[in-house]
Design a protein around this ligand. Structure first.
Ligand code: G6P
Length: 472
């Protein structure tokens, strides 16, 4: 620990810092708070206990000194262009991401990528080790940093360590493909509490620990003989959203007026269907578009009556699988529009862009049905945002069974997106659902989301960590 750097009693480590670097009006650099709920949830904790956030600023070779933004102390980690290619695009997003999402796309296994993953995880661990105060708490986030808990424990055994896994953890039969499967489990077991989205993810992890490392697992607790002996708790803590901005925006007259304007701009169709995703092969965008196209082909809906708005925000654009997916989706959209558009109506309004939250809430209010058809998704927060925004108790959520959200949002119209006929029927059910049924279902969805927001999530997780600390 260097005595010159002030230490923090609570440190978050995530691949990304909670701010985005954007050019200001005069070409200067401005840091803008990223829209994710994680920052909002942790802000009160960070400020009450003197916190710091370790992460990457999102661009290669950016050597930044620590700085404070909106009251949060930020400790940037530098990634070279090679680190970005091998650790971020490679091992994180072309090995772990597809493997953990049930091999929807083929994971690539490269030994140099693994070496980069180890190297960069060590850099994050070292940054946190030198930043955290004696006996402090560190909360590590997500699959890019699975080795950090053990690396940190080795350097700072005095610290309480939590890890939260935001994406699925696969069944052992798939996990076992990973050439470095034992090292990753050992990395995670450096934490005192390992949190997952769904009970099934925790079970998959515990099964892998038992079968691969032959450790003693009782309920949700693992006995770890090394670096201890100690116990590690692994269980589900389903994440949620900060609901306040959604309910507040949904009540604003200008946002409601914008929703009406969006409908008019689409030629006032009777029904608007909406998809909102990062452009990612896990999201089932192709399945959704295929089902919608077939409904038009078969005349079960017409382009005058029903429009699909698909917002697909750009993501990981240098990874091959994403480049290919974009081509496939854009070809499918162009074909359907070419076959069905009229001068006044479009079948699919496709937007390869991100939008500010105001515009998203206006879209949620305009959408008669929200289509979440992910093939595999850790949670899916868009589903929760839609429910939070619909304070008018209207709108239908069509939700894939393969999302973490489906464990909680049982009043949605649940679908298997691989079953295109079933998906078509679910879309028709949404299009035709009487207002009373919409309202009954939406009330239940909103109750669940509003009562279990992101603040409840972080409280639960930190309480579990506190239990471990006090049991020491
Ligand atoms: C998922 C992951 C996050 C990640 C986000 C955006 O939600 O769980 O860890 O930050 O996708 O992906 P990106 O690669 O742009 O950070």
């Amino acid at each position: 620990m260097t005595s010159s750097t002030p230490t923090a009693s609570f440190v978050i480590i995530a691949n990304r810092l909670p701010v985005d670097r954007v050019p200001g009006p005069d070409g200067e650099v401005i840091w803008r708070r990223s829209p994710g709920g994680l920052v909002a949830a942790l802000e009160p904790v960070m400020q009450s206990v003197d916190g710091a956030w370790v992460g990457w600023a999102g661009q290669p070779d950016l050597d930044l000194k620590p700085f404070t933004e909106d009251g949060i102390r930020l400790l940037p980690v530098t990634l070279s262009a090679q680190d970005v290619e091998e650790y971020y695009e490679g091992f994180s997003n072309d090995t772990i991401w597809p493997l953990y999402h049930d091999v929807i796309s083929s994971p690539q296994y490269h030994r140099e990528w693994w070496d980069a993953y180890v190297r960069v995880n060590r850099r994050f661990a070292e940054r946190a080790a030198s930043a955290v105060a004696e006996g402090g708490t560190v909360w590590v986030h997500d699959y890019q940093l699975q080795l950090v808990p053990a690396m940190l424990r080795e350097r700072r055994p005095d610290v309480t360590i939590g890890y939260f896994h935001h994406i699925p953890f696969p069944a052992h039969g798939l996990y076992a493909q990973l050439p470095w499967r034992d090292q990753v489990l050992q990395g995670l077991l450096g934490a005192d509490v390992v949190g997952f989205q769904r009970a099934q993810d925790a079970t998959n992890f515990l099964t892998a620990v038992r079968r691969r490392l032959r450790l003693d697992v009782k309920g949700s607790t693992v006995s770890v003989p090394y670096g201890g002996p100690r116990t590690v708790v692994a269980r589900a803590f389903p994440i949620s959203i900060d609901t306040t901005p959604y309910t507040e925006l949904a009540a604003r007259p200008d946002v409601r007026a914008r929703a009406a304007e969006i409908r008019e701009g689409l030629g006032s169709p009777k029904k608007i269907l909406l998809g909102v995703d990062r452009l990612d092969y896990t999201k089932g965008i192709r399945h959704r578009i295929k089902a919608f196209g077939e409904l038009l082909d078969e005349g079960r809906i017409s382009v005058e009556d029903v429009t699909l708005v698909q917002v697909a925000s750009p993501s990981r654009e240098r990874v091959d699988a994403y480049v290919q997916l974009r081509d496939e989706i854009e070809l499918a959209v162009a074909r359907i529009n070419g076959d069905h558009d009229t001068m006044d109506h479009t079948a699919i309004r496709y937007l390869h862009q991100g939008f500010p939250r105001e515009e998203m809430v206006a879209l949620y209010l305009a959408a008669d049905a929200m289509l979440v058809t992910a093939l595999r998704d850790g949670m899916n927060l868009v589903a929760k945002e839609y429910a939070a925004a619909r304070s008018d108790q209207r709108g239908v959520l069509v939700l894939s069974e393969f999302t973490g959200a489906a464990d909680e949002l049982r009043q949605a119209v649940l679908v298997n997106p691989h079953d295109i006929e079933g998906l078509k029927d679910a879309i028709m059910q949404a299009v035709e659902m009487p207002p009373r049924e919409q309202s009954r279902r939406m009330r239940a969805l909103r109750k669940r989301v509003l009562e279990n927001d992101v603040n409840a999530w972080s409280r639960d997780f930190l309480a579990a960590l506190e239990n471990v600390r006090s049991a020491r």
